[in-house]
Write a protein that binds this ligand. Structure first.
Ligand SMILES: O=C(CO)[C@H](O)[C@H](O)COP(=O)(O)O
Length: 228
């Protein structure tokens, strides 16, 4: 789906910069992906070196494993509200609309990111776009509904593919046991409307348009960061 090995110094700069916004006592939403990996790593370093006291709510098994590796205490949305969530994106426009879900984690990411008091997005420059839509919109679906959802998406003008696993025969299975349909629209006129319309299709669990809640975007470059 995407090459997560590229732009690693820019991703690292963005992730490390976001960790500067972490304060002692915070509960953190831990996004998913190669950029967020650097954020979690830096939070772990700050716990070790500065002794800050924070807890994390991971948005995927991947993020849970990285957090455990860095001895970040884990909690859940059942137990705590979230002060700050930090997450990557596949596309971000100047109105802070996002496409997420390149790692198939967008359902839990949206629950956690939207619940946070503050939501910071971290990307490298390649993710910044004038208009969303070059990256297909990931749509998590209940497996039994996938053919019907594809028909609805095609009626809405999208070209669709069920995302296939790379080292397993068959579809990608999300952390929630579902499939992901990648829906490519020629043009996304209104991200906010599309976000609502996609979730109205029976069988859709969540889609990867994030049109709400972003407070800040940190763009990593090879030399440093820019903030929007
Ligand atoms: O939405 C996501 C996972 O579902 C990721 O945040 C998004 O795909 C960006 O990943 P990366 O930082 O590896 O480029």
């Amino acid at each position: 789906m995407k090459d997560t090995s590229s732009n690693s110094s820019a991703k690292k700069n963005a992730g490390y910069k976001a960790a500067e916004y972490v304060e002692d006592g915070m509960v953190l939403g831990l996004g998913t992906g190669s950029t967020t990996h650097f954020f979690i790593e830096k939070v772990g370093m700050r716990i070790k070196e500065e002794g800050i006291n924070v807890m994390g709510i991971p948005t995927s098994f991947q993020s849970l494993l990285i957090a455990k590796q860095w001895n970040i205490p884990i909690t859940t949305l059942e137990e705590h509200d979230i002060d700050l969530s930090v997450d990557g994106a596949d596309e971000v426009d100047s109105d802070f609309n996002l496409i997420k879900g390149g790692g198939a984690a967008h359902t839990k990411e949206k629950i956690v990111d939207y619940a946070a008091d503050k939501f910071i997005v971290i990307v490298d420059e390649s993710k910044v776009v004038d208009e969303l839509g070059n990256f297909p919109v990931p749509v998590e679906v209940l497996p039994d509904a996938s053919r019907m959802v594809i028909k609805e998406l095609e009626d809405m003008g999208a070209s669709c593919e069920i995302r296939m696993a790379q080292r397993k025969d068959g579809p990608v299975i999300t952390d929630n046991g579902n499939f992901v349909i990648d829906a490519k629209f020629d043009k996304i006129e209104s991200p906010a409307h599309l976000e609502i319309d996609l979730n109205a299709i029976p069988g859709v669990v969540e889609n990867g348009i994030f049109s709400q809640m972003v407070d800040k975007v940190i763009i990593g470059t090879d030399d440093g960061t820019k903030e929007l």
